[in-house]
Design a binder for this molecule. Sequence first.
Ligand code: ADP
Ligand code: MG
Length: 583
Amino acid sequence: MNQSDKIIGIDLGTTNSVLAVIQDGLPVLLPVNGERLLPSVVGIAPSGEVVVGTPARNQWVVAPERTVRSIKRKMGKAETVGMAGQTYTPQEISAFILKDMREAAQAVLGGDVRRAVITVPAYFNETQRQATLEAGEIAGLMVERIINEPTASALAYGYGLAGDQHLKVLVYDLGGGTFDVSIIELHSGVVDVLATAGDNLLGGDDFDERLAAMLADEFAEEHDIDLRQHHQAWARLLRAAEEAKIELSSAPFAEIKLEYILTRDRKGYPLHIQREVERSEFEELIADLLGRTITLVRKALEDAKLRPNDIERVLLVGGSTRIPAVWELIVAQMGQEPHIEIDPDAAVALGAAVQAGIIAGEEIDAILVDVTPYSLGIETAQVGYGGRLYADLFTPLVRRNTTVPVQKSQMFTTIVPGQEQIRINVYQGENPTASQNVLLGDFMIEGLKPNRADGLSEVTVNFQLDVNGILDVTVVERQSGKRVSEQLKASRQRLSPDDIARSQAKLAAAYTEMEADETFDPGVAALLDRARKTLEQPDLSAGLADDIAGAVANIRHAVAEEDDAQVEAYCDELIDLLMEVEG
Ligand code: ADP
Ligand code: MG
């Protein structure tokens, strides 16, 4: 294909904008101004030059009057914004961002790039969509199509590419400044938005602010100075809070260190901040905000008149979904594991590129991701009520289907006061009982020097898993910094998100099989056998696999309940599904 016919995919985000394109049949990100995620910030430098991205974001701290952020919130409004003494429409500000994206694409692809697919939130109205189109035009781009962000995310996962698929998908998108939840339905190439809910003023920025506010309060307590009144100090504090927040998504604690946060206090002395924040502490600070997102998830389900188990896929997108507590809340609310295989801040742009490729008539392969097919973790014990010891527990650090490479760490405490050594058993598997999983290796840490008041010590266990399945385990004693490292071999797998969904359905069916020990009527048994063989077919669509696994589970349940009418009804359903596969 002639490069100038290429259509680029653009996620024009409130916080970050991302560019993607199809290359060799696969959607890939193209960096803009050297950045994978281009901060959606535009500024005029003192030299008069227009700056977009991180330089503009940095400038915002020192010269907010020459800088514009979060322009997406104003798209479609008649307001203008001031920047370095000039006024601009929201379309014009967005066009500065789009222009840099277009130039970045031209530099990589060569030749003139004129066509784009741009994403917008599902709730954007006609005026807002029109404004987005105009922004593209100002930047010299013909906008071939505006697509909804949740639709783009589903496309990135390959859903809806095979025209026959019928899927209900819930997309939970928690970005920097906004939260959106959308329920969409894909069928025969059409995407229906069944419901949307969200909060236009809830996102990662709020989490940064909560953390910064906690530090500012502590600072005020100690020095009687409110850092919020000092523009630059507050901006630095917000930046440090964001860095710590990101660190806490993979580590149990993070250190915030700001030297000379104020160069002089009332007596002329410089002041600093140094503080360790624990993950649990941070999670508590934002618990109500995350709770609100779950309330909105429920509202979207209600509006769509669906229950959580009517949803066939849950996708997490937006950078803030990397916070581990989000994953846990979603599992609790939806009763299923959400998909996180595709980089949450890239998914929307990758999907825009897929749509662009479809329009341009390109061949597109499903995105392949390297994932860990099993959970990886360590054996732990816990003291329960009444001092009873529960041993042989499996605590996963890296969950199955996590994209590799990945690094996760967690803090553990010794059990017995004065304990000087710990044996670390590393397991791979899904069983909550550690010894039921596969032991990858074990090693000792010795010479611990407990110095907590209760005589216990804290250690951080860090798992680093590379694309080849090499697991580096590092254990660091918190107080002494004593470190032990081991290298182990874990399994790895290369799967498309659809393969993963299919494997999950198969696993679910296997579980119901294990639990059941009823005897079946020969007809039913033969049918179940046929279903099992069908589920093993590699080219079975994930949607059908799910439906079949569901029907099997229903039949087993009805047999156990001895409800013959139900058994018959579900068998009929299963027969229909199998006929559909066998065509
Ligand atoms: P938007 O769609 O609003 O443009 P993004 O999806 O790019 O935004 O999300 C940006 C937000 O994600 C920021 O608040 C950023 O701090 C947050 N973020 C990025 N990575 C992480 C992480 N590892 N843990 C927690 N938050 C993160
Ligand atoms: Mg976004």
